[in-house]
Design a protein. Structure first.
Length: 198
């Protein structure tokens, strides 16, 4: 296959469904490339709660407010979520926050050819390490770990891109394959691979 399959991936770094969908899609693309296929992944930012504070708060408190304490405690104590995908999800440590600057840094990483690595590190920072991914020092450190050179630029471009992605009328995660189809939600690794091979 000479022409790469172009896929736009809509995600947010505080969305557990985005993390699982991203992980499955990434494994599928690696298998596809191992079979001599080519994939061009374009990451599209989405903010589930653009009004969230950069100071953040424990995810448990957000869930308690939205779903009630009993449900929040059940979700936080469920250690099985993500295990089948090889993910370590520590909901009790997760620090819910605004993701604007995380997306801005990720856009810089993508421009340097390290979008996949930066996305994985941001997801892991949030869901496993309990880090505030709106904190400038934290983002600088995560970028450095990933080999990404950062700057303070990119806010205006990100706002325009967020608006463009909103017009897709999808919720993350969504995977828009050039020429179709659009796969929404947590699809299986096998479906991603089959779709890449069409």
């Amino acid at each position: 296959m000479d022409k790469p399959r172009r896929v736009e991936v809509v995600l947010d770094f505080v969305c557990v469904h985005s993390y699982r969908g991203f992980s499955r899609f990434t494994r599928a693309t690696r298998r596809f490339r191992a079979g001599s296929g080519q994939v061009e992944t374009v990451y599209c930012p989405f903010q589930l709660q653009p009004e969230a504070s950069c100071a953040g708060e424990p995810l448990f408190e957000v869930w308690k407010r939205q779903r009630g304490e009993e449900v929040a405690r059940a979700l936080v104590s469920d250690g099985s979520f993500g295990v089948a995908d090889g993910l370590e999800l520590n909901f009790g440590r997760a620090w819910f926050t605004n993701t604007f600057d995380a997306h801005r840094i990720h856009a810089q990483a993508s421009a340097q050819g390290r979008g996949e690595q930066m996305a994985e590190r941001l997801f892991r920072a949030y869901f496993t390490d309990g880090l505030n991914i709106a904190d400038p020092d934290t983002l600088t450190r995560l970028a450095s770990e990933t080999g990404v050179v950062t700057s303070e630029t990119g806010a205006a471009g990100l706002r325009a891109e967020l608006e463009r992605v909103r017009r897709f009328d999808v919720q993350p995660p969504a995977f828009r394959f050039e020429g179709g189809p659009v796969l929404e939600g947590e699809q299986s690794e096998e479906l991603f691979l089959t779709t890449l091979m069409r």
